[in-house]
Write a protein that binds this ligand. Sequence first.
Ligand code: NI
Ligand code: MN
Length: 228
Amino acid sequence: MSLKITLYGHSALDVETGGKHLLVDPFFSGNPAASVGSDRVPADYILVSHGHYDHIGDTIEIAKRTGAEVISNFEIIGWLEKQGLKKTHPQHIGGGHNYPFGYLKLTLALHGSQLPDGSDGGNPAGFLLTTTEGKKVYMAGDTGLFGDMRLIGEEGLDLAIIPIGDNYTMGPADALRAVKMLMPKHVIPIHYNTWELIAQDPVPWALQVEVETGTQVHLLKPGESVTI
Ligand code: NI
Ligand code: MN
């Protein structure tokens, strides 16, 4: 069984595992990089890393259309429930839960999490997923570099999905240091080239990662997929 990752653009991803679609940070409306409209994407679960509009995105609309269960931190889930969502699951950093698709843990992220209306979105998070087939995937969310990425790396990652855009998150140099701590078999860079402010050429970064680490880089354009 396989793990298929599709990048929809920016940080919006489809993680397909065990026949389930996990839609991560579903930002489509107003996303200049979006490869598809929010009305077209499948979702059995929606994972929201933090409250910023470019991550919570079209969560409410897609959850209502698909009936997907939304997973995020306690504060964001409370806010979504106030908007009428009922199929929800709150977690928090360090805590994991078993779902039909695998075991999902929320991890530290160094960032903000204010919701679009100014409400408190709690602490931002990343996700550490152990699929029911035993693959380990770390999705960093929006974050700066932090040394405890070593602890996440100790889990033995098959794949890490990390930001490289700079300005709001790690840039390429810190993302290279992150790969060295995470030591994943594969890495997918995200959160770049959506706007001029986070423009990056990922090709030299990918070459440097592959020269200096044992990690294989997958550069996905919006709409492209990779199976791992
Ligand atoms: Ni953010
Ligand atoms: Mn962001």
